[in-house]
Every structure is written in C-alpha cells, then in structure tokens.
Design a protein. Structure first.
Length: 227
C-alpha cells in the first residue's frame, strides 16, 4: 500500500505554491509505502533507530519469522532474551515490550487514535518510551495516513525547504509559514520535499551554510589546484 492522495490535493498545492507546483510537475506522482497496522509500524520504527537500513531490514525479517503475528499480545509472549536474539538491543526490546504492555492494558488507546486530532495523536504516541515527536509524526504519515503533517525535526524536510526556496536555514517562523501554506495537505507536500532533498530535481542545491569541516575541505582543494 502507498500513501493515498489524489489530483485535487496536487492541484491545491500547485495553486497555493507555484514554486512547489513546478517541482511537482517535474517529479510526477510519488509513491511512498505505508504500514496500516500501527503497532507493526511502531515496532518497525523502533527496530530501525540508529542502525543502517540494511541492518534494520535484517532484524525486521528475523523478528517477523520469530513472532509471525506482530501483535502486542504476541510480542509479550516472548522473553527479552528471545527478542534480543533477532539482533535487537536490550533497550529496543524494552521499548517494544513497554509499548505492548501499555496497549494491552488500555493505558494507550491505540485503537481509538484514528478519531483523534493530530495533536492528540502525537501527545498519546509520545507517551511511549522510544517514541519522540519525529517518530510520532512519521507514524502519523506512514501508518495512519494523516494528511496534514510537516515535521520540523525531519532533516529531509528541512533540506527540501532550503533547496526549494533558497533559504540558508529554516527557522520555526519560516516552517510555520510553509505549514500554513500547505494546510490541509501538508503530508503530500512532505512527500515532494523528501524527493527534492534526495536529488530528484537536477540543478537544485542546498543553501545551508557550509560546516567548518566542509570549509576546510574546500580550502584545501583550492590550494591544491593552485599548485
């Protein structure tokens, strides 16, 4: 399954923001996979924290083979040691089992979240250990398919905004301006900003100030060329 949007969403963004609209024309439709099962998406997100994509995929496959049915109840039927054996750290196992316990007990109302506002969903999800605001926002997009999410804490979103609008940095005020502009379909804009950040539009560059390391590297390269 992919994040669902339609032509009316695209036409809305094009009308509200011709700069983004031109990029949308160049890129065309964007398909981003979603995981409708929110608990499975949560587990996948925790597994992937601070490790490479390849390593995370390997652990997810092993976990799926072990558990087969990825539900809170099923997770709780395994010992910490059995879950760690698939390649997860003790901390990640603790996060996942803690989430499962809170869901099973009803402390976290995961089944009722779909009827709540974005802010209420984010507040509820961040009660779980290992789930910060960014993780909650990604779950809202790539599991719940919430339509108006633009994540300030996402490096790709920040980079995409800089590249598209030629900003050196994205301040909270600038971010809020763009979020208002994209509302109520900011999640669709997010899909395109991630494409921009990944280099989908030839010739676009990042206007962020150079790091000290990059300044030194370039200075060294200039000196080498002069020799």
């Amino acid at each position: 399954m992919y994040f669902e949007y339609d032509e009316s969403d695209i036409h809305y963004l094009m009308a509200k923001d011709p700069v983004l609209g031109e990029v949308i024309r160049q890129i065309g439709p964007v398909k981003r996979a979603v995981t409708p099962d929110l608990f499975a998406a949560l587990v996948s997100s925790i597994v992937g924290q601070q490790i490479s994509t390849k390593a995370a995929d390997t652990v997810r496959q092993r976990l799926q083979a072990l558990v087969t049915d990825l539900t809170p109840e099923r997770i709780l039927s395994f010992s910490d040691e059995e879950l760690q054996a698939v390649g997860m750290s003790y901390r990640k196992v603790t996060y996942i089992k803690n989430s499962a316990e809170k869901i099973v007990s009803g402390e976290i109302a995961i089944e009722r979240l779909h009827g709540w506002s974005d802010e209420e969903v984010k507040k509820e999800l961040t009660k779980l250990k290992g789930v910060g605001e960014w993780t909650a926002e990604m779950l809202m997009i790539f599991s719940m398919q919430r339509r108006n999410v633009l994540s300030f804490d996402d490096l790709g979103i920040q980079r995409g905004l800089r590249m598209l609008y030629h900003h050196r940095r994205i301040t909270p005020e600038l971010f809020r301006k763009y979020h208002r502009r994209y509302t109520p379909v900011a999640s669709v804009a997010s899909l395109y900003l991630w494409e921009i950040a990944s280099g989908a539009v030839p010739g676009m560059k990042d206007y962020a100030p150079l790091s000290e390391a990059e300044k030194k590297r370039r200075a060294k390269e200039r000196r080498r060329r002069k020799k």
